[in-house]
Design a protein around this ligand. Structure first.
Ligand code: ZN
Length: 159
């Protein structure tokens, strides 16, 4: 069986940045299972896994355009503390989902200065080259339910 659209593919992966720092890894956890061809993982990785088989190991370099996108300066904003309900509890690194202008995004507080709260709605990995080491652990047919939902379900899990 090969990796192709609507197969559930399980991979072990390690993701590094340009400097070789590990950003994320499945090491020590169950492999990541995803429904291939449904944009459940980033495009640049999904493209390179197409046609591969169990046991294949590959190194994949992904540009920001096919990763988490380029940095959108319009998603960086300065808000006022009184615009937040919990203004006394704000901390750098806190995340919240909001629509600001036309942009619905998950914003991260990047700085707080006096009454100004600096927020950034870009994905934390936006603008970065991504370097994946991937091993394909399993490939199976998706269930009807998974195809209907457009994503993989963990073994025995349904919802
Ligand atoms: Zn589901």
């Amino acid at each position: 069986m090969k990796v192709e659209k609507n197969k559930v593919v399980s991979i072990h992966y390690t993701l590094k940045d340009d400097n070789g720092n590990v950003i994320d890894t499945s090491e020590g956890r169950d492999p990541l299972a995803y429904l291939h061809g449904n944009h459940n993982i980033i495009l640049g990785l999904e493209e390179k896994l197409e046609g591969k088989k169990v046991g294949d190991k590959l190194h994949v370099d992904v540009s920001p355009e096919k990763g988490y996108g380029i940095v959108d300066e319009a998603l960086k904003m300065v808000l006022k503390k009184e615009q937040f309900e919990n203004s006394d509890k704000l901390q750098v690194g806190m995340q919240f989902q909001a629509q600001i202008g036309n942009n619905i995004a998950i914003y991260t507080i990047t700085n707080i200065k006096d009454n100004d709260v600096f927020v950034d709605g870009n994905h934390p990995l936006a603008g970065m080259n991504l370097h994946f080491d991937v091993e394909i652990m399993d490939i199976r047919d998706a269930t009807a339910e998974e195809l209907e939902h457009g994503h993989a379900h963990m073994e025995g899990h349904s919802h």
